[in-house]
Design a protein around this ligand. Structure first.
Ligand SMILES: Nc1ncnc2c1ncn2[C@@H]1O[C@H](COP(=O)(O)OP(=O)(O)O)[C@@H](O)[C@H]1O
Ligand SMILES: [Mg+2]
Length: 274
């Protein structure tokens, strides 16, 4: 009946609201955890600006006014200031955004944004990242901040697992590709501890964690975000032997368009796939 439908809509809406709030809480907690890496990320452009401005001042003080040289330094300082601004802007967006905003998004770009938060932490833990990004753009329909959050969660787990394994060094391999069924896929494999046999069924359970400081919400939130996007998320032992491989797949824009046009009457001289 109509009332049932209204009731169900309301429940769904409340569920979405709840999911968005949890995702927000987790993002804030994640940022707190990553604060040192973030400080490093901001420090780089600020240090560059300070050095360049100082160099300009030295030139001027010594009366060596070479406009092209000064201009180059000033332009570089300006560019670095913009970069610092972008980092701050992205950080604000990452923390504040809660209602989903679905748009066409390049998956590789989201991967790059997510890695950015961990550069420092990975340097310290001597973890190398091997990037194997698809040569073509993988345009998916997604909320890029939410998907970035999913990838941040996966990367954080990979780093935790490598640290726990106490290898001298570790590697995270990030591979993107297009699947046969029209999805853009990111596979993130690590050389960490792997998960215990008994843990496999519980990984996505809210509050399931094997870490002393763990919250156990990373994969639970990630899964609900991916489900809202009609994507897939799976965690499996890595093909390489030790470690874990996490796969995230999202519908490609072209697939969504094809499904949509399948519902409308066919028209002559239509699109062709390329
Ligand atoms: N890459 C991984 N390698 C090994 N174990 C993992 C990995 N990713 C997740 N896990 C296991 O799944 C559990 C739940 O992960 P998550 O939901 O992100 O919560 P948390 O990271 O706070 O523990 C982890 O505590 C860990 O036992
Ligand atoms: Mg986690």
């Amino acid at each position: 009946t109509l009332r049932d439908i209204t009731e169900r809509k309301r429940t769904e809406e409340a569920g979405r609201q709840h999911q968005a709030e949890l995702a927000h809480v987790l993002r804030v907690a994640t940022i707190e955890h990553m604060a040192s890496g973030l400080a490093h990320e901001l420090n780089q452009p600020l240090t560059a600006i300070a050095n360049e401005v100082e160099a300009c001042a030295t030139y001027v003080r010594e009366g060596k006014l070479e406009p092209p040289r000064l201009l180059a330094l000033l332009e570089h300082a300006g560019a670095e200031a913009l970069r610092a601004g972008e980092i701050v802007h992205h950080l604000r967006e990452f923390v504040q955004r809660s209602p989903a905003r679905i748009e066409t998004t390049d998956l590789s770009k989201v991967v790059h944004n997510a890695i950015q938060w961990f550069v420092r932490e990975m340097e310290q833990a001597q973890i190398t990242v091997r990037l194997e990004l698809a040569s073509q753009e993988l345009r998916v329909f997604a909320d890029r901040i939410q998907i970035e959050q999913v990838i941040v969660n996966i990367l954080q787990n990979a780093i935790d697992a490598i640290r726990e394994a106490t290898h001298d060094t570790g590697e995270i391999r990030i591979h993107t590709s297009r699947t046969d069924d029209g999805m853009g896929e990111v596979t993130i494999s690590d050389t960490g501890t792997g998960f215990r046999a008994g843990a496999a069924e519980r990984l996505y359970e809210p509050f399931f964690t094997t870490k002393p400081q763990g919250m156990g919400m990373g994969l639970a939130i990630s899964r609900s975000i991916v489900e809202l996007h009609q994507g897939r998320l799976s965690v499996a032992p890595s093909a390489a032997g030790a470690g874990t491989a996490v796969r995230l797949a999202l519908p490609l824009e072209e697939r969504v368009l094809r499904l949509t046009s399948a519902h409308s009457p066919p028209h002559k001289g239509g699109r062709h796939d390329g």
